[in-house]
Write a protein that binds this ligand. Structure first.
Ligand SMILES: *[C@@H]1O[C@H](CO)[C@@H](O)[C@H](O)[C@H]1NC(C)=O
Ligand SMILES: *[C@@H]1O[C@H](CO)[C@@H](O)[C@H](O)[C@H]1NC(C)=O
Ligand SMILES: *[C@@H]1O[C@H](CO)[C@@H](O)[C@H](O)[C@H]1NC(C)=O
Ligand SMILES: *[C@@H]1O[C@H](CO)[C@@H](O)[C@H](O)[C@H]1NC(C)=O
Ligand SMILES: *[C@@H]1O[C@H](CO)[C@@H](O)[C@H](O)[C@H]1NC(C)=O
Ligand SMILES: *[C@@H]1O[C@H](CO)[C@@H](O)[C@H](O)[C@H]1NC(C)=O
Length: 673
């Protein structure tokens, strides 16, 4: 039995009788109660206008005409013709690849020097003169007559000013696809992101000339210089938060689009459609209603986790479609096999010996023997022979929406996956304990979107959970409205547009409870992580961005303060008043002999606290990191630095007196032994 609930010294309230402002004395235990898992604070990610056009650094939108219908207006989204060119998306009889059946067909008058087409990016293109961009596309001539065409690729401002330019000439009878790759070095930075990517098509002859194009791409330098990698400023912001894990690829976006409900499972996220050449990735209409390029695929994710020093919590699709349709048990086998392959891609050695896994499955999934490689061998062929780290696999997403079918789905997925990978921890996504699942889940993913007040009132929610080996992942949480009746309306109905100091300090209060209960809570992540301010489907979000800038919210700084001030042992202390607004959590970093005190004041008045430390030798000064601001203060694109943490030196000793301001998150670090 865990000692936490019995470790109550009571609130001494020294001074309460003496003066108006009561000082709460917090006595800290000399004995740690438990080790704090290193995975405790991390990030939850899915593409909700945040992978394509966000974390994934590709700058062109609708770059390969994936999943669009030629002839519809959507097909040409984000593309426009320039100066007399005719452009159309066609179902190409000779496409660049099976996965990319559509091409952009462009006709220009002979000898034209100005005709071409443009892409407007993800609501803009960031043109930075300190960067060298990589631009590429495929082209072919639809007729076999000999041609000579100059392609000029430019970055242009909205007013038509050329900021970067590079050219190449294609000649001959190229009826098969050829790739052009050019670098672009802007002569000057653009004052805003209102820029375009332009391709000019200049035939040398006088006849009208037609060229087919496919799979365009424009990349700036990426995080850690990975090709097909992550956008530098966004990736650096995510890393700055100090995440230890990354939940992916969803979220709802793991699942089947509601409009496809009951008809097909083809639109689910499929790992194998996201690996290998970009030409082999068909893309999918994701759950949030737009096309995912799948350029940010399984390998790109896994490499990012290595580069960012965090580990995955990876979800597999478990047979449920949003809107209420579940596959019957006798149709699950191929999807279970695909989930084994997905985990194998991360974990298996490249040796073919791992193929014997499939024999173990006793599943009647027929796979074309032609060209089949074990997922581990496939990964090795793509440049990563060593397995990746993978410890946690989540079975579905929010299966409390399909509680009636989850028992057989959970049982069959976990049964087969654990036979293949007994070392993994599997996470259930239904409500804790309801329905009863077999095998008993090793862990549950719990989600909560609520008011700031709810979070402050539920700081003790995990204290009463049994200590029976089951673990918990607070996989999605955020204070999203101050009005309980408006939690799931649109922002104008009462949802917060951006986190506020009130919402963030409420979350911080809750997080002190997560840390106190980190003997059973092994991971926690705010959601959603990223928001493109020009295409938003959910607010508030942890980090906002547009094509050129990033905004760190007050909740981002709250997460950062918790994640980057992580002790390795939890030190019990006088428990806060469950019905109050001031909460704390104390840990010890044994490597530096520091005591780390986290204080969340989610109320509208300051609170005086006195921390009595159980050490004889306490440094006379420590550091304070303080995030505080007005109740409704937010960081926004217009005012991104309204509330930022401030670091200062404070006087410390065996007793540390501290006044926590209203709506604040405070971290005190002091060396003591
Ligand atoms: C993107 O959003 C910003 C901030 O709201 C706005 O100023 C800008 O005009 C928007 N850009 C586009 C292309 O809609
Ligand atoms: C331009 O690039 C430099 C170097 O990577 C970077 O420091 C700067 O923030 C960038 N500016 C913008 C507006 O992205
Ligand atoms: C991915 O694998 C599934 C079988 O697990 C198969 O049906 C599908 O066609 C594959 N998709 C791609 C793009 O390879
Ligand atoms: C594997 O999945 C199949 C198909 O759903 C199921 O019949 C079988 O019982 C599962 N095996 C285990 C060990 O759970
Ligand atoms: C907190 O309030 C609840 C009623 O809302 C009450 O039952 C409980 O005793 C209170 N706890 C404390 C510690 O005051
Ligand atoms: C301060 O918060 C309390 C509840 O904690 C509330 O009753 C009071 O109205 C608030 N005062 C102001 C000025 O907002």
């Amino acid at each position: 039995m865990h000692s936490l609930s019995s470790w109550v010294l009571g609130i001494l309230g020294i001074g309460a009788a003496v003066c108006q402002a009561a000082v709460t004395t917090v006595s800290v235990s000399a004995t740690a109660s438990h080790a704090i898992p290193t995975t405790l604070f991390g990030q939850m990610f899915e593409d909700i206008n945040s992978g394509d056009g966000g974390l994934y650094a590709e700058m062109l939108q609708n770059r390969a005409f994936q999943q669009v219908t030629p002839g519809t207006s959507d097909a040409l989204d984000f593309w426009s013709a320039i100066a007399g060119a005719n452009i159309a998306v066609i179902a190409d009889p000779k496409p660049v690849s099976d996965a990319l059946p559509n091409s952009l067909q462009v006709s220009v008058p002979g000898k034209s020097t100005t005709a071409g087409f443009a892409n407007s990016g993800f609501w803009g293109i960031n043109v930075n003169s300190s960067w060298t961009y990589t631009a590429s596309f495929y082209y072919k001539f639809p007729t076999s007559s000999s041609q000579s065409v100059k392609f000029t690729v430019e970055l242009r401002s909205a007013s038509g000013k050329t900021l970067a330019s590079s050219a190449t000439t294609a000649s001959g009878t190229a009826t098969t696809w050829k790739q052009v790759q050019l670098t672009l070095k802007p002569t000057t930075s653009a004052p805003d992101v209102n820029n375009q990517f332009v391709v000019l098509v200049q035939p040398s002859g006088s006849a009208t000339t037609t060229v087919d194009f496919a799979m365009f791409s424009l990349f700036p330098p990426t995080f850690k210089g990975r090709s097909n990698g992550m956008r530098m400023d966004i990736a650096e912001t995510l890393v700055e938060m100090g995440p230890k894990f990354f939940r992916f690829p969803g979220g709802n976006n793991l699942e089947v689009r509601p409009s496809c409900r009951g008809q097909t499972t083809a639109t689910r996220w499929q790992w194998n459609a996201t690996v290998g050449s970009l030409l082999d990735r068909p893309g999918r209409v994701g759950d949030w209603g737009y096309v995912n390029t799948d350029g940010l695929g399984l390998l790109e994710y896994l490499q990012f986790f290595e580069d960012a020093d965090m580990e995955p919590i990876m979800a597999v699709w478990s047979g449920y479609s949003l809107g209420g349709t579940s596959l019957p048990e006798n149709e699950l086998a191929p999807y279970i096999q695909q989930s084994i392959d997905q985990a194998c891609y991360d974990l298996c050695c490249s040796a073919s010996g791992h193929l014997s896994l499939y024999a173990l499955d006793q599943l009647h999934y027929s796979r074309s023997s032609q060209g089949y490689r074990s997922p581990g061998a496939l990964r090795a062929s793509l440049g990563h022979p060593e397995p990746f780290t993978l410890n946690y696999v989540e079975i579905g997403n929010e299966d409390f929406f399909a509680a009636d079918t989850y028992p057989y789905r959970f049982q069959d997925f976990v049964g087969n996956l654990s036979k293949a990978f007994p070392q993994l921890t599997f996470i259930a996504t239904s409500d804790v304990g309801d329905p009863t699942l077999t095998p008993t889940p090793q862990a549950y993913d719990v989600h909560v979107y609520q008011t700031p007040g709810w979070f402050a009132q539920n700081v003790f929610s995990y204290d009463s959970f049994a200590r029976d080996g089951q673990k918990y992942f607070e996989g999605e949480y955020a204070a999203i409205s101050t009005n309980a009746n408006d939690l799931f309306g649109t922002p104008s109905d009462g949802r917060l547009t951006f986190p506020t100091m009130q919402s963030s300090s409420g979350e911080a209060a809750f997080m002190t409870g997560l840390e106190r209960n980190s003997d059973i809570v092994f991971a926690a992540s705010y959601a959603p992580l990223l928001q493109h301010v020009n295409s938003t489907q959910w607010t508030p979000d942890l980090v906002s961005f547009d094509a050129g800038s990033v905004v760190r919210s007050t909740s981002f700084y709250t997460q950062k303060l918790f994640a980057t001030n992580q002790g390795d042992e939890f030190m019990p202390s006088t428990l806060p008043n469950q019905n109050g607004t001031v909460f704390w959590s104390i840990s010890r970093l044994t490597s530096t002999l520091e005591v780390i005190i986290k204080i969340a004041n989610s109320g509208n008045s300051s609170a005086q606290l006195a921390f009595a430390l159980p050490f004889s030798d306490v440094a006379s000064s420590g550091t304070l990191q303080l995030l505080t601001g007005a109740e409704t203060a937010s960081n926004t694109p217009e005012a991104p630095n309204t509330v930022v943490p401030k670091t200062s030196t404070i006087t410390t000793g065996k007793t540390i007196d501290y006044t926590a301001p209203a709506f604040s998150v405070s971290i005190i670090r002091v060396v003591a032994s």
